[in-house]
Design a protein around this ligand. Structure first.
Ligand SMILES: Nc1nc2c(ncn2[C@@H]2O[C@H](COP(=O)(O)OP(=O)(O)OP(=O)(O)O)[C@@H](O)[C@H]2O)c(=O)[nH]1
Ligand SMILES: [Mg+2]
Length: 217
């Protein structure tokens, strides 16, 4: 929820309820916002289910699923921190594919006894169209190099200019908005000192510097 525009909540809730999603909780795993609502909500859902009242094996095991890099492992770790005051049980990271297999169940609550099962992220094998694919790539659900870092950057610039959302101009102290990703990346590389001098063999067989004199990192 710290990364979303919360003004869209109603629209999202309406869409989800059309898809028969009963309960939605917006969470921030880093500041632990709304995390404490999760165990009571899960308990309430399961209490309505006949198997909850079974005499043996009263523990509950819940599978956490979702697209890659969305924060599934972070959510499990946040729940453990909150309810058991225990540290990380599941590795997290800023790229898709950090969790690679269904892990062993992780206890997140003692009363009721609840375990969560972390799973690798899954994406639909068929992505509807190129634009949806680019959006998913921008959200980090597909490894950058599989799509091409420059192509993702170009789509981001196009989206920002389209909105229009020009905060990047101020952030990188540029002269104004730009719609050429190559020009923009060069500017940013210079500002961040992420440049490297390169030499190339010219038609005359001599070494000379590239006209631009730098490469991107
Ligand atoms: N700002 C913010 N970042 C988050 C939040 N939750 C997770 N992250 C970050 O998102 C990235 C992905 O988190 P993970 O928990 O590894 O995501 P995952 O869904 O388990 O990813 P896979 O195992 O690769 O499918 C990490 O860099 C986290 O630090 C959140 O609530 N807010
Ligand atoms: Mg994970």
């Amino acid at each position: 929820m710290d990364l979303m525009d919360l003004s869209h909540q109603n629209r999202i809730n309406t869409q989800l309820s059309k898809q028969k999603v009963g309960k939605t909780i917006y969470t921030d795993c880093i500041r632990a916002e709304n995390i404490k609502q999760i165990v009571p909500a899960i308990t309430q859902c399961i209490e309505c289910y006949p198997r909850f009242h079974r005499a043996e094996n009263p523990d509950i095991c819940i599978m956490v699923t979702g697209i890659p890099n969305v924060g599934k492992s972070s959510l499990i770790n946040a729940l453990r921190r909150m309810h058991l005051r225990k540290g990380k049980a599941s590795r997290v990271g800023g790229e898709p594919g950090i969790t690679r297999s269904v892990l062993s169940k992780i206890q997140v609550s003692e009363n009721p006894l609840i375990y969560l099962l972390d799973t690798p992220g899954v994406l639909s094998p068929r992505i509807e169209n190129v634009e949806t694919g680019m959006k998913l790539a921008l959200c980090g659900t597909i490894l950058d190099h599989l799509v091409g870092e420059d192509i993702i950057a170009d789509y981001l610039l196009y989206t920002l200019n389209n909105y229009p959302q020009h905060r990047y101009v101020q952030h990188y102290e540029l002269e104004g908005p730009c719609d050429n990703i190559e020009t923009l990346l060069k500017e940013i590389a210079k500002k961040l000192r992420k440049t490297q001098k390169v030499t190339a063999i010219t038609g005359t067989g001599k070494f000379s510097e590239y006209p631009d004199g730098f490469l991107f990192h």
